[in-house]
Design a protein around this ligand. Structure first.
Ligand SMILES: C[S@@+](CC[C@H](N)C(=O)[O-])C[C@H]1O[C@@H](n2cnc3c(N)ncnc32)[C@H](O)[C@@H]1O
Length: 202
């Protein structure tokens, strides 16, 4: 199999099997060498399954989060339908996106939406924009300094250190604000069977 894209970003080398795995999921297989989510997953599989397994788990974790976001948004849409509000998630922002573990799946999971990422790391923003091809914005250390185009949905992991952003940004989001809690790593030890989300808030 030959996958061609040109980037000067340092990437995790992938086996043909894992390239095919990503292709079957319909996602860009490029994983940045500094992707901390990847290294987190990699450490989990170091003793059992190794790098081959870690790569698959990384792609599955991203799809899980994107699918979970879709489930929540679909619930929101149902409520809006009952209220007879004409609403669709046209613009969707993955806030604190890292190197696109989840964002790379958004195009596939939300084919009718424009998705974007936002992160404080310039490298991550450039990678998401230039390699993954996802519209991307640099964040700021202070919520009040952050200026973003209007979004219909913002998806983010509820981290304590980002709570000020979550509070502040939710007022700038048009209609739906989704916090996705990642599954407990222990619960994904036998991936792909992942546990139900521990919490959800819209
Ligand atoms: C646990 S990672 C989330 C990774 C990502 N959601 C994923 O699924 O791969 C936390 C992210 O928050 C980002 N972050 C920290 N402070 C931030 C800020 N002020 N604005 C935006 N992102 C921030 C970090 O750079 C990091 O990428």
């Amino acid at each position: 199999m030959s996958v061609t894209w040109s980037t000067s970003d340092p990437l995790i080398p992938l086996s043909d099997e894992n390239l095919a795995f990503a292709e079957a999921m319909g996602v860009n297989p490029a994983i940045h060498e500094n992707d901390f989510i990847f290294h987190f997953v990699d450490r989990r599989w170091a003793a059992n399954g190794g790098r081959e397994r870690a790569v698959k788990d990384y792609f599955q974790l991203g799809r899980y989060t994107a699918d979970l976001t879709k489930t929540m948004i679909t619930d929101v849409q149902k409520v809006y339908e009952v209220a007879q509000w004409d609403w669709a998630p046209r613009r969707l922002l993955d806030f604190a996106s890292g190197y696109g573990c989840t964002a790379r799946h958004m195009r596939h999971v939300f084919p009718d939406s424009v998705s974007a990422t936002c992160d404080i790391h310039r490298d991550a923003v450039n990678f998401n924009q230039d390699v993954l091809g996802v519209e991307s914005y640099i964040s700021s250390p202070l919520p009040e300094q952050l200026k973003l185009p209007q979004q219909d949905v913002m998806a983010s992991i509820p981290e304590l250190r980002l709570s000020k952003f979550h509070e502040g940004l939710c007022w700038g989001v048009q209609d739906a604000y989704v916090c996705v809690k990642e599954p407990d790593p222990a619960a994904t030890a036998s991936a792909p069977t992942l546990s139900a989300p521990v919490s959800r808030s819209v």
